[in-house]
Design a protein around this ligand. Structure first.
Ligand code: FPP
Length: 250
């Protein structure tokens, strides 16, 4: 643990425990720029990005935040140079293998959201194993959006519902928001209360399109590998100042 982390090992006193977000989602942007600024290959940014993610997950546990969802690989990311895609797939697999024991020790329940069938078979096997082995854990729920696209998720839900209608197992009138939600990768999960995006870009980038309908947004210029507990603290301070009205009058 670095000196900076140890200062933040407990919930900072200016945050109210009762008003913490229960579910935080992160768009981890800026790994490539972080590396470029240092004259390093882009993959070094992804490596450091893993360290930032690991500490954020641990911080959620330390501060009592129930769920963390991270956007690791989008359906659009296949368009990156082949070497970078290959590197990321290998990185995910290696991190899962190396961190499983630690996640068990910390009672983390890991889940994945996305079209997993299109991932390399060895990564799919590691994903299955990590979900199976942490299935009964009761601590932080950690969802990794991998080969995830919000539009693709909605389309696959529509297709599954249409098949049920065609087979006579559902009537069109049965389809409401609660039913639709059960066909998403995130079925049964609470929607994110707070969505954080690093590196300054003001967009959603096809992430959790349905689920972020009423999430509070927080964008920081900090690049993902530099996103540490003090940055997270600032995001939570901003969140606690928000008046969440959900379209109603406060
Ligand atoms: C975006 O930065 C980052 C990614 C597409 C990859 C994020 C993945 C990790 C941090 C690894 C997570 C690991 C596990 C096991 C979940 P960018 O490359 O788009 O940065 P740029 O916009 O500066 O080019």
């Amino acid at each position: 643990m670095t000196a900076k982390q140890s200062v933040f090992s407990e919930l900072p006193v200016d945050l109210s425990r009762d008003r913490l977000p229960k579910h935080v989602a992160v768009i981890m942007d800026g790994n490539g720029r972080w590396a470029k600024q240092r004259g390093l290959p882009r993959i070094m940014g992804h490596r450091r990005g893993v360290d930032a993610l690991k500490d954020l997950l641990r911080c959620c546990k330390d501060w009592g935040i129930e769920a963390l969802t991270a956007y690791a690989f989008s359906t659009e990311n296949w368009g990156r140079p082949l070497e970078e895609v290959d590197f990321l797939m290998t990185l995910f697999e290696r991190v899962l293998r190396q961190e499983l024991r630690e996640m068990q020790a910390e009672n983390v329940k890991i889940r994945f959201a996305g079209n997993l069938a299109a991932l390399p078979a060895s990564l799919q096997a590691e994903i299955e194993r990590s979900m199976e082995e942490t299935r009964n854990n009761t601590g932080t729920q950690f969802t990794v959006a991998t080969n995830y696209g919000g539009r693709q998720e909605i389309v696959q839900a529509c297709r599954a519902i249409a098949q049920k209608v065609q087979q006579g197992q559902l009537q069109p009138d049965d389809i409401d928001e609660a039913l639709f939600e059960r066909y998403l990768y995130t079925a049964g999960d609470r929607d994110p209360d707070l969505l954080i995006r690093t590196s300054g870009e003001m967009r959603i980038s096809n992430f959790l399109l349905w689920q972020v309908a009423y999430s509070e947004l927080y964008v920081t210029d900090t690049l993902w590998p530099d996103f540490d507990r003090s940055e997270f603290h600032q995001a939570l301070c901003s969140y606690q100042k928000r008046d969440r009205r959900f379209g109603k009058v406060s």
